[in-house]
Design a protein around this ligand. Structure first.
Ligand code: 4AD
Length: 458
């Protein structure tokens, strides 16, 4: 663009006002002058030289201060996390040396603006969060923990995974909807409902958007949502949160086998899309070096076969006795089984008694339902799904059996009155999926600010 300025002025402008760049972008090493902004992630001093690793959320950059610049007061007293503006030249790192993007910024000017300095001394960030800090303290200081490499990588992978779900559902021509969080019906049992006063009535925080998704099928076709679900879980386990992100989908005119095929396709395609971003792929491998995309088809195992497997492998139920038909397979037993089999499992056909009221019975064995849990090594159940009862009378009988007043569900039962259809769906816990993908010990480290029994801050 011709600015009308003389050539000499143009060059001067380029010298005094280089382009502002984000740290992770590009791979320029040609001595281009740039201006960067970031926080001091790490700093290291040698005799005449000071190395700074700068961080801005887009990436990292090695910066070098030499000569008088390294001896300025602010450079000598520079604390980690201080925000800084730096101008300099981008050059290739010397042979044998390593730096992000294989380049380093040779600084010739820097400025720490008023109020940008981070606390030092006893109050320095390194004294508050470090490798040795207790997990509970790290969670109290989650706002600072998030600045660390592990926590931030998990959050960046999470963003990519959520984006991948949206991409894959769009590929499958599914529509996204946003059901309400404040509801007056339960989905997954009264024991984990968060109740609250809604003006003059009682209401709950939703446990699942499933019932609302079902109401969208007649006019929108297959639908999905990624919304928060809430469970008043009173147990402290590494996979239970009080508030979690629930990826839910509902599919019309399908069979149970269609549901399982779809689920396998979505999970594998989401991994493919997620891994197609080189930065995200590298972060996943940093967090989970042995990660491999699961082989298809996933193992399919009926509940009755799982019970036989648990008996055979002498893994007892919660009462310390051999498992029998009708037992809920508890978290510990489920995890041991999944870890031994060591591949994703679709565990299917659970007895009606241990599952939610809405599940369609299996015609071959009416004691059981067309239900599925997807189990992953290291985490256990990450998906729960089923075909839904679509016959009005059967649904009413299910409400009666569970002691639920169907009056509150008039909008749900109306679906069975006005053009019912065979349909099914599932819910996937995003934090559990991430715990598996990023090999995190607990789902608490897979959400921004975890909420669980005893924690509602920060
Ligand atoms: O098996 P759940 O309870 O199934 C439902 O809510 C169905 N209504 C979903 C549907 O069909 N649309 O929960 C589904 C998944 C679980 O497999 C698990 O991954 C996750 O939600 N989940 C939790 N994640 C974290 N903390 C908790 N307390 C969770 N409870 C369930």
């Amino acid at each position: 663009e011709d600015t009308g300025l003389p050539q000499a002025v143009k060059i001067k402008l380029d010298v005094t006002d280089p382009a502002k760049v984000k740290l992770g972008n590009g791979s320029d090493v040609k001595g281009t002058r740039v201006r960067v902004f970031g926080r001091v992630h790490r700093e290291r001093r040698q005799k005449e030289v000071m190395f700074i690793t700068l961080r801005d959320g887009y990436g990292f950059m090695q910066v070098i201060f030499t000569g008088p610049l390294a001896k300025t007061y602010d450079a000598l007293t520079l604390t980690r996390e201080t925000s800084i503006e730096i101008l300099g030249e981008l050059r290739e790192v010397p042979a044998g040396a390593h730096a992000p993007n294989n380049r380093e910024l040779h600084a010739d000017y820097y400025k720490i603006h008023a109020g940008w300095k981070a606390a030092g001394g006893d109050d320095a960030i390194t004294n508050r969060v470090s490798k040795d800090t207790e997990h509970a303290t790290l969670l109290d200081l989650r706002h600072l923990t998030l600045r660390g490499e592990t926590a931030s990588k998990v959050m960046i992978v999470r963003d990519a995974v959520e984006y991948a779900f949206n991409t894959v559902y769009k590929e499958l021509r599914m529509r996204k909807v946003s059901p309400p969080a404040l509801v007056q019906t339960q989905v997954e049992g009264g024991a984990t409902l968060f109740k609250f006063q809604y003006y003059t009535e009682e209401a709950y925080l939703t446990q699942s958007s499933q019932l609302y998704l079902e109401t969208c099928l007649p006019s929108m076709g297959d639908v999905y949502c990624i919304e928060k679900s809430f469970r008043a879980e009173k147990s402290l386990t590494r996979r239970h949160l009080a508030e979690y992100s629930h990826v839910e989908a509902e599919l019309d005119f399908i069979t149970f086998d269609d549901l399982l095929d779809h689920l396998e396709e979505v999970m594998c395609r989401v991994l493919e899309v997620t891994m197609s971003d080189p930065t995200v792929k590298q972060y996943i491998l940093d967090l989970n070096p042995e990660f491999k995309t699961p082989e298809r088809p996933f193992k399919r195992m009926k509940y009755t076969d799982a019970i036989a497997w648990l008996v055979e492998h002498e893994i007892p139920n919660e009462d310390g006795e051999p498992h029998k038909f009708g037992d809920d397979i508890a978290e510990a037993a489920e995890r041991r089984m999944t870890d031994i089999i060591n591949r994703p499992i679709f565990l299917t056909h659970f007895p009606a008694e241990i599952k939610a009221f809405y599940m369609q019975r299996d015609t071959e064995d009416p004691r059981t339902t067309e239900s599925v849990d997807c189990l992953m090594p290291g985490v256990g159940e990450i998906v729960g799904g089923s075909m839904r009862i679509y016959n009005y009378d059967e649904l009413m009988a299910a409400f009666a059996r569970e002691g639920i007043d169907p009056a509150d569900y008039y909008w749900y039962t109306d679906q069975r009155k006005y053009g019912s259809s065979p349909h099914g769906g599932y819910g996937l816990g995003l934090e559990r999926f991430l715990a598996w993908l990023c090999k995190q010990h607990t789902v608490r480290d897979c959400c921004l600010y975890p909420r669980y029994f005893g924690r509602c801050k920060p």
